[in-house]
Design a protein around this ligand. Sequence first.
Ligand SMILES: [Mg+2]
Length: 375
Amino acid sequence: MATITRIEITHHQLPLDPPFPASWDTRPRTQFPATIVRVFDDQGRCGVGSGDSMYGFADYERYFIGQDPLDVDRHAAVISNIEFHAGRQWPLDLALWDLKGKIQGEPVWKMLGGFDNKIRAYASSGVHRSITDMVDVAKRARSLGFPALKVRFGRPKLDDDLAVVKAIRSELGSSLELMVDCNQGWRMPWDTATPWNVDHATSVANVLEEHGVYWMEEPLHRGDYAGMAELRKRVGIRIAGGEMTREPYEFRELLERGCFDVFQPDAVCSQGITGLAKLAFDVHKAGKIFTPHTWGNGIGVMANLHLTAGTVGAPFIEFPFDPPEWSTARRDYILTETIEADGDGWIHLSDEPGLGITLNEDVLKQTASKQATFS
Ligand SMILES: [Mg+2]
């Protein structure tokens, strides 16, 4: 039996010049932080994960040292307990799956069930641009082969958001699926704006439905179960959410109360690959779509690709992509190779053991930091 001998956590910050004005953040981002967790076994093998900053993890490290790295269910249960007391330490679960793959000589997608080794991506934009520029973003997504584009609401005037959807539809017709992220589920720490209510969400949903939008994402606060169930009764458009929701019992409630058509938990933020692989099957069995949020760095993107392709598949999965401010080079700076879709929007997963990623050690040295913050 292999044993876990060491866990190493490092922080990095890539300076962003020009900054990235993320539509869901009231402050333009001048840094792109990444926290890398490495878990080593007694034979010198190393699994890699990333995601939240894992501050405070040193206090809990001893509960993993000396353990069998293959016992991922036990480790996920401990991480879940730590999450309740402290923060989201799920990057360790990703690292353990990467290590498990290296021990067993298999890619993660195959260990999870091997449903498929490829999955189609949708281009997920992140910047509020003018109407003409948004039409260009849509044309670029279509010409690159993406089947769908997600646009962001949240401009000062709702009419300006709606005008973007109308303009893209009138220019591109139905040649590209469109999703709209309302970003009402959660906020950045300093942002105290009130989320929408169900009547407001209904009026927006009606316009989106009229324009054939594929899903409406996070139209209400993440805890407004009654509102989301009511919204789904009132409108025909698919309702999506759950990207930062944490616990299995919360997802059970969301399923039982009929809150979502599309479930978007991210292995980096919630339950890791271990927990979400189970949830994916539950969501699929209920006739709903499971397609994770992946906004973050390339390790998170890759983990969610393996998770989804390997378990139940999805019509398409989020591919954070909005150059020049959000290029794959920026997104995947911690890796030696950027993750790219082929000319039809498909992302192919390799047979490399684990997550099939290689860290760019030179860049990690250059970007080493004491903290992992956005500015
Ligand atoms: Mg979202």
